[in-house]
Design a protein around this ligand. Structure first.
Ligand SMILES: Cc1ncc(C[n+]2csc(CCOP(=O)(O)OP(=O)(O)O)c2C)c(N)n1
Length: 653
């Protein structure tokens, strides 16, 4: 307890602590009665940390919280009714019941239930504030257990290096779920941030005046310097981790109940404490009654709907300009950055003079020095910071140097980028572009040659595009930048970078594409086709060579179907072709099992169960891509294997 008598200011804090505590207790009670489903993580005992921070923030400051976010949310917004209704799954909830207890958004307050991953997103929000020359800051709340997540350190490093107005508040309640941090935490908590040159402060929730003073100083320091700080607040969670899962010793928990600020306040001034508690309970009870009466949410909007209605008009594709794919992409990035100041580009080694591992971004940092920057080797933080920027209205383009490294950023794509718009009930968008080259045939061996896009296909709320040289990749980027409304993964291809857009079309064929922003292309034989070949991205030249050979050497006509947009997938062009041929060869460089082609076939069979008479799936090997040229050539599908597959389908195996 503070030395001084509680002032009016302290009374106000106690009143709010009672409100949060009463709400948390009530939510647990509702859970017990079956009126709340899922789970709730209550913050009883920790209320003061969120309140101390919130009272120093200004309108326009941003907060990113975690699974234990209710107290932070009430401290920042005061919206008890909106939160209670949200946790009870009602339409009147702050996210109309889509997010629930751990995933809420309102007026610059965000939360997500993934440990660690919120920290780079918060850094992205802070970067957005910095880029708009604002004097606001972003606060990220994490628990001590979250110090086990690597992405926290990626972000602390970047926040320090880039000078981001980010305050990381570490609520140290000693436990992660059931595990005491003495079992999991090496070294010192604050030393972690200090290692990156970030100043730290330690306070606790049992000395309110000290905590308030330190929070004020720290927030002012971040606001004044625009640099990150780390605030450790020692505290204790008095309830179970979530509902009833508590294995801590009863004596230990009891000792913290005795130490608890509100317990002591109740002993010191029982009438006032009782009044505060009664007022809090009445307000929460009214919110519960209101939520009970509220309507259930609307059925969800399907997230995978195509961004634009498919148009069935095929247009002849004129031969491309006399330039390489790499220069078409580079030109489009430059053109769109000239046009749209919201585009910010970053990644590993993207700046001049290097200009990216495949030289795609060469020249851009010289032209836009404040909008193109190198990052550390931190794929998760790169995408996470992109997420934060996108949430604040920027149009970030992040480069993942090799597609093989996408796994490191998977959590940011799957649990953050793709979910924010839906779970925050359409109150935000994440127009994030993730560019990455996939593919082998350059002898880079097992970890730099893969085609891993199938692992990121079909994530609701996202789009995936695969570039190829028969439809100008620059035009794809133009379309993307003019209409992006969701996280979009663009699959480039290492070999295609060098391909010429002007390469001659094989004699006896024409290239056409559907008149839409991310079109499907088809190679149309002049005669009636005997088989359909489905491919995308880097497989296209091999499919085309196979079609030419089949025509010249075997008098067989193949129609190639090559979509730019892999997800959401429009099966109609493929269906039309299969209806004409009855035979399909799928050629993809990644492993076929559970891949794009298999999914495409699923859609075809669903639409027309009898249209397909023969199918061959060609894909990557059932082992890592070997480094040796001879082994790699044998492992990856090529024109000869496509020819062979078509012959087998047409003439029988
Ligand atoms: C990436 C991830 N791993 C595991 C979990 C499951 N989980 C939810 S809360 C929690 C404990 C978190 O501990 P801490 O960061 O100390 O926060 P506290 O719960 O103590 O507030 C765990 C393991 C999760 N939500 N996210």
């Amino acid at each position: 307890m503070a030395e001084k008598k509680p002032t009016g200011e302290l009374h106000d804090l106690y009143r709010q602590m009672f409100l949060i505590r009463s709400m948390e207790t009530s939510l647990l009670d509702l859970f017990g009665r079956g009126e709340v489903s899922g789970t709730v993580h209550t913050c009883v005992g920790q209320e003061l940390s969120g309140l101390a921070v919130a009272r120093t923030l200004r309108k326009g400051d941003l907060v990113f919280s975690n699974h234990r976010c209710h107290g932070h949310f009430i401290a920042r917004t005061g919206d008890v009714e909106g939160l209670v209704a949200e946790v009870m799954g009602k339409r009147s909830g702050v996210c109309a019941g889509r997010g629930g207890s751990q995933h809420i958004y309102k007026d610059g307050f965000y939360s997500n239930g993934i440990q660690g991953g919120i920290v780079p997103v918060a850094a992205g929000l802070a970067l957005a504030l910095k880029l708009t020359n604002s004097d606001h800051l972003c606060v990220a709340f994490i628990g001590d257990g979250t110090l086990g997540e690597g992405v926290v350190y990626e972000t602390l490093n970047i926040a320090a290096k880039w000078g981001l107005p980010l305050l990381v508040v570490l609520e140290n309640n000693l436990y992660a779920q059931s595990t005491h941090h003495s079992q999991t935490l090496g070294g010192d908590i604050c030393a972690r941030a200090e290692a990156f040159g970030i100043e730290t402060v330690t306070a606790d929730t049992w000395d309110p005046m000290d905590l308030i003073g330190k929070v004020q100083e720290t927030v002012q320091a971040v606001r004044g310097s625009g640099r990150p700080r780390f605030l450790r607040i020692d505290t204790y969670r008095l309830n179970a981790h979530s509902k009833g899962d508590d294995d801590r010793s009863a004596a230990e928990v009891r000792s913290y109940w005795e130490k608890d600020l509100l317990t002591r306040f109740a002993k010191e001034d029982s009438p006032l404490a009782s009044r505060f508690q009664r007022e809090a309970e009445e307000r929460v009870a009214a919110a519960v009654v209101k939520a009970r009466e509220a309507a259930a949410p609307e059925p969800p909007i399907p997230s995978a709907q195509a961004p634009s209605a498919p148009c069935r008009r095929w247009i002849r594709t004129e031969p491309g300009q006399n330039r390489r794919v790499v220069s078409a992409i580079q030109g489009a990035l430059r053109r769109n950055m000239e046009r749209d100041a919201r585009i910010i580009l970053f990644g590993e080694d993207v700046s001049d003079p290097y200009g990216g591992a495949f030289k795609v971004t060469k020249g851009l940092s010289s032209r836009f020095p404040s909008r193109v920057f190198n990052t550390p080797i931190s794929e998760a933080a790169i995408v996470g910071i992109g997420n934060g920027l996108a949430l604040r209205g920027f149009l970030p383009v992040v480069e993942i140097m090799f597609g093989d490294f996408m796994g490191l950023a998977a959590d940011q794509i799957i649990n953050h980028a793709s979910k924010f718009r839906y779970m925050y009930n359409e109150q935000v968008q994440v127009p994030l572009v993730i560019r990455t080259p996939m593919g082998g045939r350059r002898g880079y061996g097992p970890t730099h040659s893969q085609s891993l896009e199938k692992h990121f296909l079909g994530i609701p709320g996202t789009m995936m595009l695969a570039l190829h040289e028969r439809y100008d990749p620059g035009a794809v980027y133009d379309s993307l930048f003019s209409r992006i409304d969701r996280p979009t993964i663009v699959i480039e291809n290492k070999l295609l970078y060098g391909a010429m857009l002007s390469r001659a079309v094989p004699a006896g064929f024409t290239w056409e594409h559907i008149d839409e922003p991310f079109p499907t292309s088809r190679l149309r034989p002049k005669s009636k086709p005997d088989a359909t070949v489905l491919c995308y991205g880097g497989m296209l030249p091999y499919a085309e060579a196979a079609a030419e050979r089949l025509f010249d050497e075997h008098e067989l006509a193949c129609e190639i179907i090559c979509p730019v947009r892999l997800y959401p997938f429009d099966p109609l062009p493929l269906l039309d072709s299969i209806r004409a041929t009855g035979r399909l060869v799928i050629a993809e460089e990644g492993v076929s099992f559970a891949g794009f082609g298999t999914e495409a076939v699923g859609e075809i069979i669903e639409a027309d169960p009898r249209c397909l008479r023969g199918l061959r799936r060609l894909g990557g090997p059932p082992h890592p891509i070997p480094a040796s040229v001879a082994l790699e050539q044998a492992a990856l599908p090529d024109a000869q294997r496509i020819v062979q597959a078509v012959l087998e389908l047409v003439h029988g195996a």
